[in-house]
Design a protein around this ligand. Sequence first.
Ligand SMILES: [Zn+2]
Length: 449
Amino acid sequence: MYKEMKIHAISGYSEVGKNMTALDLNDDVVLFDSGLFLPSIVGVAEREKIPTEKGMRELGALPDDLYLEKKRLREKVRAILVSHAHLDHLGALPFNAYRYNADIVSTPFSIEVLKLLLEDSNQRLKNRLIPINPNSSFIIKGKRNAYKAEFINITHSTLQTALIAVHTPNGIIMYANDFKLDNTPLLGDKPNFKRIKELAKEGVKALIFDSLYASDDRKTPSEKIAKGLLEDVFFTTENRNSAMIITTFSSHISRLKTIAELGEKLNREVYFIGRSLNKYLTAARNIHQAKFAPPHKIISFKKQIEKFISKVNKNKNHYLLVCTGHQGEPGSILDRIARHELPLHLSKDDQIIFSSKTIPTPINETNRKILEKHLRKYNVRIFDNVHVSGHGGREDLRDFIKMINPEHLIPAHGDLKKLNAGIELAEEIGYKLNKNAHLMQNGKSITLK
Ligand SMILES: [Zn+2]
């Protein structure tokens, strides 16, 4: 029996992004996630350059995992457990996974996305990539011990998101980064409350949880509500003679499926245009979750895009175009349409639908303003925020924490302000700061006795 274990906040505790947490079991270390800090690389992917580890570290895009070298923990890392396919959770692996003699374990969709990211950047990893179905487990072999890691199904804004529970000799550590509690998801199953409650009964030592919206007094609506919002725009506005262009998060497969289904109901041909849409839809197709997007409906090569767009231009109301560019990213398809760099002539009453929310960073807000300025020149109709979030709000978190009733609470996924909101919530529930609720920052650790 160990005397103690430690949790190290590597990154994602002083900013939103580059998530990485280390569970230190003395002889063995388990990593949760290895993500990118996306604001520092906006536009890099679209410029078609292949970035290097050094370049990415200089940009501040990678987790501060050199910490593990300094603490002599690097060689003890036995597994990297990945919660889901978002780039702020797995996007750093092509650059830093080689440092660890460890398997990369995640659900099949996330593993497919990682494979495509590696392919994209022409990289290979010596780490084994191990797909684990939602609601099943993997045994991590340590120096003297073995640890069961469970990937419990939970809902979020991408496919096959997992709540990870690692069984250690000193209790269960739960990593819940990111999630919402959606009882009516439109693709995939609802959260596995049965298993979560069973583990709660066994006793959970510590819960690391997504505090991004811990200060928002809300219950995040289900994905079925997003469908309702889209139906309203699609079927109750005048669009018979208009172009319809919609943009959303490329990894949001469930939303893309809804858009495809509703587009067909409108008798429009639905096409997906852009590189990142191609990547995530291909990953989803590889695990048989994207029948709605057959390969010929996905258009991602430069020449092919130009040819296709000029065909659309002759018959605009015949199509529903799903494009990249919801954050106004320079070089995205929507940005290029707005700048008239693609042969589509927008005109009065054409519809531009953002099934997304602008992520509130200065660079995104600036890019979105520029995009809208270009779009408004054509007098198009803009429908913003036809969207529901993939992150639970304060009242979801309250129910979740109470359901699990862990000994220790560790807010994650945010800067000091956001984590503080997680701590305030913990205190409302009855936890005490520095006793069993821990305000972490990058580079800090706590010891659980
Ligand atoms: Zn996420």
